[in-house]
Design a protein around this ligand. Structure first.
Ligand code: FMN
Ligand code: SF4
Ligand code: SF4
Length: 256
């Protein structure tokens, strides 16, 4: 069968899932269409997929689940039976039920998921696997894509089993470490523009609505001047403890 084009669809506040989506989609087609669902308001209800498109979905694990906002977007899509790969990236703790949740959502939204990956990426908090996804992780993404192309070539359209339990564990919410802004802030507004939750005030860029903030740390990573950070003792103690606890590298897992 002939595949039309490769589309990378991702929610990726700190960029790990985007890297994995692009590495995977790159094997399938040269001209990759990117649908970045990270920015607030980027979801388009009328998004259309063709049965001959090949889609790569990628998103982070939040508390062993998909982030609720992204799960809702998947729920609202109509895949028109396009074939796809589902990838979750996790910060070297565990992906628990997130991949199973992604698989079930993709099937319910009329996609045909032929392969799945759980790939380690730098954890949002502390200093955990800071160079991942590295070349070996991205190579695993490519291996996954090749496995899929092989399946399609052979006319094998089985949907693989993945690790995870249903009912799912509680999770999918954000964290509760809210960034502060110091005097290095130049008021450029980049952080407010890119916050997935619209939680940063466009009036002063220093005020964060803690009801909306999910502690994704996108604003911290994106600020060119290093003006946003979490410096509370509570966070620093947690980050130190967590970084020690998760210092042993985990392996990626592929399901084809
Ligand atoms: C609120 C929150 C919860 C998280 N929960 C988990 C988790 O349960 N297991 C894990 O291994 N990593 C967890 N992480 C780390 C992210 O899954 C990981 O860093 C991911 O690769 C980030 O993807 P992105 O760069 O595409 O945003 C969490 C991160 C955040 C912000
Ligand atoms: S990105 Fe940084 S410098 Fe720009 S407004 Fe936000 S905190 Fe200030
Ligand atoms: S304000 Fe909160 S939700 Fe917005 S980018 Fe920063 S950490 Fe993420």
């Amino acid at each position: 069968m002939k595949l039309n084009k490769a589309i990378a669809v991702y929610f990726s506040p700190t960029g790990n899932s985007r890297k994995c989506a692009l590495a995977t989609a790159g094997v399938i087609g040269r001209n990759i269409e990117e649908i970045d669902l990270t920015k607030e308001g980027s979801f388009d209800e009328d998004m259309k997929f063709d049965i001959n498109d090949f889609i790569v979905f990628a998103a982070p694990v939040y508390g062993g689940r998909l982030f609720k906002g992204f799960a809702q977007m998947l729920h609202n899509m109509n895949g028109n039976y396009a074939k796809c790969i589902g990838i979750v990236t996790f910060g070297n703790r565990d992906y628990d039920d997130a991949l199973l949740e992604m698989k079930n959502l993709l099937i319910d939204s009329h996609f045909i998921p032929l392969g799945f990956g759980a790939v380690v990426g730098r954890h949002t908090y502390g200093h955990i696997q800071v160079d991942r996804p590295n070349n070996a992780d991205l190579e695993n993404c490519r291996v996954l894509a090749k496995g899929l192309l092989d399946k399609i070539e052979k006319g094998v359209f089985t949907i693989p089993e993945v690790k995870g339990n249903f009912p799912y564990k509680d999770g999918g919410n954000g964290g509760s470490f809210y960034p502060q802004t110091d005097d290095k802030c130049k008021m450029c507004g980049l952080c407010a523009e890119s916050c997935p939750q619209g939680a940063i005030s466009f009036d002063d860029f220093k005020t964060i609505d803690t009801e909306k903030c999910i502690s994704c740390f996108r604003c911290i990573r994106i600020c060119p001047f290093g003006a946003k950070n979490v410096t509370t003792k509570e966070y620093l103690d947690f980050a130190e403890m967590f970084s020690k606890k998760l210092s042993e590298p985990k392996e990626d897992e592929l399901f084809v």
